[in-house]
Design a protein around this ligand. Sequence first.
Ligand code: NAD
Length: 436
Amino acid sequence: MNPTRLVVIGQGYVGLPMALRAAAAGLQVAGLDTDGAVVEALNAGRSHIDDVDDAELARGLAAGYRATQDPAVIADADVVLVCVPTPLSEDGGPDLRPVESAARAIGDHLTADTLVVLESTTYPGTTEEVFAPLVLRDRWELGTQVRIAFSPERIDPGNATYGVQNTPKVVGGLTEACTLAARDFYARFVDSVVTTKGAREAEMAKLLENTFRHVNIALVNEMVRFSRELDIDLWDAIDAAATKPFGYMAFRPGPGVGGHCIPVDPSYLSHRVRAKLGYAFRMVELAEEINTAAPLYVARRVQQALNRRRLAVNGARVLLLGVTYKPDIADLRESPAEPLADQLAAWGADVRFHDPHVPVWRRHRHDPSTARTCEPDLDTALREADIVVLLQPHREYDLARLAELSTVLLDTRGVVRGAGPAGGTDGPDPARVETL
Ligand SMILES: NC(=O)c1ccc[n+]([C@@H]2O[C@H](COP(=O)([O-])OP(=O)(O)OC[C@H]3O[C@@H](n4cnc5c(N)ncnc54)[C@H](O)[C@@H]3O)[C@@H](O)[C@H]2O)c1
């Protein structure tokens, strides 16, 4: 039997690992992307994604994987996966233009007996109402000639334990035959496949997962503010609560949420509820309000810490450590470091940064005047800063050393507690290390 011919549309954080996993499982894979530079780099063996190193890409290329800009490859495909971006539009709803243009490209080149799966995160109803009509165009019969399903991508960038193969895959088709075809396809290279009643349930499962995280992060980000005023160490309380073996899952405060998913996806759902039903999804709106305010709360904590030392923010040198949206990755999208740095700069601070993953940080992607170079020597930068703010505890950071060399360290993650001075056994000096 010939190997299954797979086309993965969108070769970004989601599409590329998926394409390479499938190639490793023996499928014949083409990665379709509209970005010529991405296609060229991939075919030359250069990965632009943190979680895919060049060696893995080289193995994929050796197994037959190729990137292309030519949508005509769809005509030869048995299966087409769509992993294009779904950003927010100006009105706060999902911008479905990439999904629609991918669906049109599929419709232009589709042949009979193809399975088409949308993986991009979007609101419930998109696969049926927006995607399928552009693919089918009244030319194909759904469920018999062409099968269409939704399967949310659950990739967690930087997660060394869970990848494409061992993260259970949820699939929901537009008909039962569509669900079964998608299930059988993914079962070839994913350990566990879970089916839902239909595509809407699979779409909703993804938004439920991300809304759950958003709301729970907001919960602790709100609690941390009054805990401080009540003289309660919230991190200690969370550690205690986390010993309960059932009914509790620990979330910890931080400088705010970031990345392509958590700050964005729940808005798809609230937008859909409001547009379709006319009322608000209040939990999401509240979580957004709290998490959006988190970086500004950190800025105020910087101001207070400097004030206690008779220093003004204006003119103070502030060193931000870790400006990506989470530890151990290079992704800067929606990072809370951006609004924090903006606020501190607006108050007149001399904002510097250090991040082992970011040689040059352009705070506003489209504004070159906001570009800054990573401090070349961490120890010197720590010693010379009036205050150091730990945002992302990348594994390269020696926490005890950060505490030892900083004049004042604001630890937004609560991770420096318990990390004693290098070589010593005591905790950090509480007069110099503060938490939120
Ligand atoms: N990054 C994550 O951690 C993550 C996790 C789960 C789900 N998702 C979801 O997966 C989807 C893809 O996200 P991503 O992070 O991989 O995006 P990305 O920006 O990293 O990559 C998307 C790629 O698609 C290409 N593209 C855009 N429009 C195209 C088109 N019409 N045809 C072909 N290629 C096109 C772009 O050039 C880009 O290379 C989104 O819906 C996102 O919400 C992302």
